[in-house]
Design a protein. Sequence first.
Length: 403
Amino acid sequence: MHLTVGFECPQCGAPMTLDETTRYVHCPYCGVTHYLTATDCFRYILPSRNGISETYYMPYIRFKGTVYTCNGVTVNHRIIDKTYRSLDIATLPATLGFRPQAMTMRFRTPESTGIFLKNTVMRGDIVNLAGHTGSGSTVAHRALIGESISLIYLPLYKRNNQLIDAVNDKRLGPIPMDTFDDIHETGETDHITVLAALCPRCGWNLEGAGDSIVLTCSNCESAWEVKQRRFAPLDVAHEETTSRQCRYIPFWRITIEMSDPSVVSYADFIRFAGLPKVVLPAWESQTLSFILPAFKIRPSLFLRLAQQMSSSLSTTTMQDGIPSAPLSPATLPREEALESIKTVIARMAARKRYVIETLPRLTVHCRDFQLLYLPFEETTHELVHNKTNICVLTRAFEYGAFV
């Protein structure tokens, strides 16, 4: 589902139409670059007909992401893109259908007028609902990676004691409107924050793609992510290369600590997972790290790259700083990469049944993290990592933007 949102430049007021995933916004009129962020989730409003004196806004939760499940000896996945009604009111549509992708929405801002009904579904509830397999069987482990959760408000109004859909002006049915007084929002609500995309360290323009979650500064060679509505520095390293025809692809290197006391080092993990490797003495003291894609890509390819990179480069030393070469955007938050580690462990394991049965009792804690840029040489149709000969089709990155 591809969604578009109307936006006005805070600097000059010029109208723009953005993709739902766009965070890094460059105004083509005044040339100013902004970065959009929200503490909780982004909130959008469907357009309504004009001339309505009092509008109620019914929240629908929109979930988009990939569900990974581990059971028996298999690791499965499926992509979900759905909207769910937040309030249990039978006369309202269960979902929004195709309307969010057929209409240009707008952001909810402090200037948005009307009565906004309260969202009663917690994030954990919607994650469990989205992750339900529907098969009736239990799974040993479930993870949702690359998920995007947002609120979409459906405008409503009342006419002759009937509830009317303000988008198409159709009658939905009778409803006790007095109950709306008990479920409308009160107090402060999270709205979007617009940050100037300028380096906090040197004041230079930050660079990135539309859906980047990490922005870089080529002037002072720093990287930044948004935390608590402001830019925070990010630890970055890269692998050096002599190739001049390469593109640097972002990965998260996450050093973890597992709840199993027998798995402390990289050598312990090889024995735990039954990997077909000869344990080197140096690995007995090597911390356990995983190298995971920092970009959205097809589920099967995500798992393959995570397995191959973690097996090949988890003990490799990198050079600090940002490389002076073209960079692909980082679009997958490290929190979601951390969430994927148990699934990646199941994918890597040789004795899958034993490892997957262990997953419900296993907890993973992040000890340290770093954003890595790894060089991939560009060929006609592929990107190839020369050190490991791992290759990815160039088109896979284009398709990954829609996952």
